[in-house]
Write a protein that binds this ligand. Sequence first.
Ligand SMILES: Nc1ncnc2c1ncn2[C@@H]1O[C@H](COP(=O)(O)OP(=O)(O)OP(=O)(O)O)[C@@H](O)[C@H]1O
Length: 244
Amino acid sequence: MNDSAAVNKEKLMERTASGKVMLACRDLTRIYHEGPQDVVVLDGLSLEVRAGERVAVVGSSGSGKTTLLNLLGGLDRPTRGEVCISGESLLDLGEAALGKFRNRHIGFVYQFHHLLAEFTALENAALPLIVRGLRKKAAEARARELLVKVGIEHRADHKPGELSGGERQRVAIARALVTDPSLVLMDEPTGNLDQSTAASILALMDELARTTECAFVVVTHDTSLAAHQDRVMKLDGGRLTEQL
Ligand SMILES: Nc1ncnc2c1ncn2[C@@H]1O[C@H](COP(=O)(O)OP(=O)(O)OP(=O)(O)O)[C@@H](O)[C@H]1O
C-alpha cells in the first residue's frame, strides 16, 4: 500500500469510528478476471452512510448492485479500494475475524434467503445469536420477538420448505435483524411480498433506523421502496450518483 492509500484508510477508519458515519468506502473497484475479457463492474466508487440513514441503490440489471453489496458486507474483496464499518477496515480482517465482525455488526437479507432447510423458522432466525454464543432459550426468545415484528410468528415451527416465498423472506429479515446490527444490507427485500406485508417491513425499517440508529443499504428495482429511503443512489458505469 502506498502512503496516500494508507492515509486514506486511516481517515475512513476514523470517520466510521465516530459513530456518526456507519459505513464509508472509497475508490471501490471490482474487476472480474474469470471470462475471456476482464469485466470492470465497479470503477472507483465512493459511498458514505450515516448512522440511522437508509440508502437505496438502484440500477439496471448487471450494473453491479449485488457485487457492491457483497463488497460492503465483506463477502467478496475489491480489486482496489477500502471499505470501513464502525472504525474497522474490512480488508484488514482475516476470514475468521471477518466472520465475527459480520455477526456482530452486519445483517444480510439476500435475494435467495439461504435459510437452513432442516431448521424451523424460529431456529433459523435465532441462528446468528447461537453462533455468537447465546443460549438456545435466550436466542429463541429474541428471535420470536422479531418473528412477531415481521408478522410470521404463527409459522415459527415450520421449516423453510413448508413456507411460501414471502414467508421465507420475512424469516430472512427477522434473522438479519435479530443481532441488533449497526448496518443492514438488503438485496430486493420486498421482492416476494404483497403490498401490505411490504409496508409492514418498511415500517419496521423506519422504527429501527429511528430507535437503534441502524443504517440500511437497500438494493432494489422497486421504485416505491427506493423512494421510501432517505437517499436514492443510482449505480451506473461502476459509480454511484445521487438521484434527486
Ligand atoms: N463471478 C463473476 N465472474 C465474472 N463476472 C461476474 C461475476 N459476478 C458477476 N459478474 C458480472 O458482473 C456484472 C454485475 O453483476 P451483479 O450481479 O453485481 O449485477 P446486478 O446489478 O446485481 O444485477 P441484477 O439486477 O440483474 O441482479 C454482470 O455483468 C455480471 O455478469
